[in-house]
Design a protein around this ligand. Structure first.
Ligand code: ADP
Length: 358
C-alpha cells in the first residue's frame, strides 16, 4: 500500500475509499486481530466504539465470522457464505466473502471479510413471490366457479329455466369479480413501476369528491347510507394526478359504504392550507381492531375474506390507495374502533413534490 512515491497520501485515500463503501469491510491479521473495519461493517454487525486492535472473536455474539476467518487462514481459500443474523431490531441476511489477504513479501498476512447486506433484496423477492402466489390463488377461485357452473349447465340438457338462470347469474358474478381483480392488479402494478406515469395538474378536491359521491349514489341507496358532504364549501385545490386522486377517494368512500351496516352514515370532508390538503372519510361501520390497522394496507389483506368477497372487494383497494398517496408525497392514517366506525385521513402536499419517492 505504501509503495513508490505515494507515501502516506496513498494510505489515506485507500482508507477513505474503504470507508465510503456500502459493503462492510473488515481486515483481520493472522491472529484474528482487527486491522481495519469500515462504518458499514460496524453498522451491519452492531459493533460500537473502537474496534481496530481488538480480537474479532471477542466482539461477536450473533455471528461466527472468526470461525470463517480461521478456516480461510487454514485453507488459504476464499469462502462465500450467506448468513442470517439476529440483530437487535430485525433479522438481517448478509452475503459474506472471506478472502486471504496476501502481502507480496510476507505471504499470507490475514484475511479480508466483505459483508453485503441483501435483506432488502431478499424481502423484495419474497414479496414478489408471495404476490404471484396470491394473484394466482385469487384468480383461480372465480375461474373454478365459472368452470363448475358452465359444466353443470352443459351436462344437464333438461335443467329447469330457473336453475339455469341461477347458474348463469353465478357465472356473471364471478366474471365480474375476475374483471375487478384484473383491473386492480393492473392498476397496482402500474403504480409500482414508479410515479413517472402520473400527470400532475391543479385539481379542485371538492369537485372530485362530489363526482365520486354521485357515482356511488346507487350503492349508498342500496345500503340506505346517509352521505354527508358539503359540496358548497370553499374550493380546495391540490396538484395531483386526476385518475389517481379519484381512485383514492373512490376506494375510501366505497369501503366506507361497504363496511357499514344498513342505515349507517358516511361523512367526507376536505380541508386545505398553503402547505397541504386533507381528505377525511368517516363511517359509522364495523370498525377495525387496533392490531390489524397497519395490515389493511397490504395487498390482499382482508379482515374477513368471505365478507369482503361477498361485498365485491378484491383486497387491493387500500394497497392502491397507499401507493398513490405515497407517489404524491403524502400519507394515509386510520383511526378506528371496533363496532363504532373508522376514519381514514389522507394528507397530500398542496404542490407537486420535487422529490420522487422510490
Ligand atoms: P377490500 O377489497 O377487501 O375492501 P381493501 O384493501 O379496500 O380491500 O381493504 C382491506 C380490508 O380492510 C377490507 O377487507 C376490510 O377488512 C378492511 N377495511 C377497509 N376499509 C374499511 C372500513 N371503512 N371499515 C372497516 N373495515 C375496513
Amino acid at each position: 500500500m505504501n509503495s513508490g512515491g505515494e507515501g502516506k497520501q496513498g494510505d489515506v485515500s485507500l482508507r477513505t475509499i474503504v470507508q465510503s463503501m456500502s459493503e462492510g469491510v473488515i481486515a483481520v491479521d493472522q491472529k484474528g486481530r482487527v486491522l481495519l473495519i469500515n462504518d458499514s461493517a460496524k453498522r451491519q454487525l452492531e459493533f460500537e466504539g473502537k474496534i481496530e486492535g481488538q480480537i474479532l472473536a471477542s466482539l461477536e455474539t450473533e455471528t461466527n465470522l472468526s470461525g470463517l476467518v480461521d478456516r480461510c487462514l487454514e485453507t488459504d481459500e476464499r469462502i462465500e457464505k450467506e448468513l442470517t443474523i439476529d440483530m437487535s431490531r430485525h433479522q438481517a441476511v448478509v452475503e459474506i466473502t472471506v478472502a486471504p489477504l496476501r502481502d507480496v513479501e510476507a505471504g499470507l498476512a490475514g484475511v479480508v471479510i466483505v459483508l453485503h447486506d441483501v435483506t432488502g433484496m431478499r424481502l423484495a423477492r419474497k414479496m414478489r413471490r408471495d404476490f404471484v402466489a396470491n394473484v394466482s390463488h385469487e384468480l383461480k377461485t372465480p375461474l373454478t366457479a365459472i368452470q363448475g357452473a358452465t359444466m353443470t349447465i352443459l351436462d344437464s340438457a333438461s335443467m329447469p329455466p330457473e336453475t339455469r338462470e341461477r347458474f348463469l347469474q353465478n357465472i356473471r358474478r364471478n366474471a365480474d369479480r375476475l374483471e375487478r381483480l384484473i383491473s386492480d392488479i393492473m392498476e397496482l402494478s402500474q403504480i409500482q413501476q414508479g410515479p413517472d406515469h402520473l400527470e400532475f395538474e391543479p385539481l379542485e378536491l371538492r369537485r372530485l369528491v362530489a363526482d365520486v359521491v354521485s357515482r356511488v349514489k346507487e350503492f349508498a341507496l342500496e345500503k340506505r347510507t346517509t352521505m354527508i358532504f358539503d359540496v358548497q364549501g370553499s374550493p380546495v385545490t391540490v396538484e395531483g394526478d386526476r385518475a389517481a386522486i379519484t381512485s383514492i377517494i373512490e376506494n375510501l368512500v366505497s369501503n366506507a359504504i361497504r363496511y357499514t351496516p344498513l342505515d349507517g352514515q358516511v361523512e367526507i370532508w376536505v380541508l386545505g392550507d398553503d402547505q397541504q390538503v386533507k381528505v377525511g372519510v368517516k363511517d359509522s361501520g364495523i370498525g377495525i381492531e387496533k392490531e390489524v390497522q397497519d395490515r389493511i394496507f397490504e395487498r390482499f389483506f382482508r379482515i374477513d375474506k368471505a365478507r369482503s368477497r361477498s361485498l365485491g372487494g378484491t383486497g387491493l383497494g387500500l394497497a392502491i390507495v397507499k401507493n398513490y398517496v405515497e407517489a404524491h408525497g403524502g400519507k394515509i392514517e386510520v383511526e378506528s374502533e371496533l363496532g363504532k366506525g373508522s376514519l381514514f385521513i389522507v394528507t397530500l402536499p398542496k404542490h407537486r413534490p420535487s422529490f420522487r419517492p422510490a
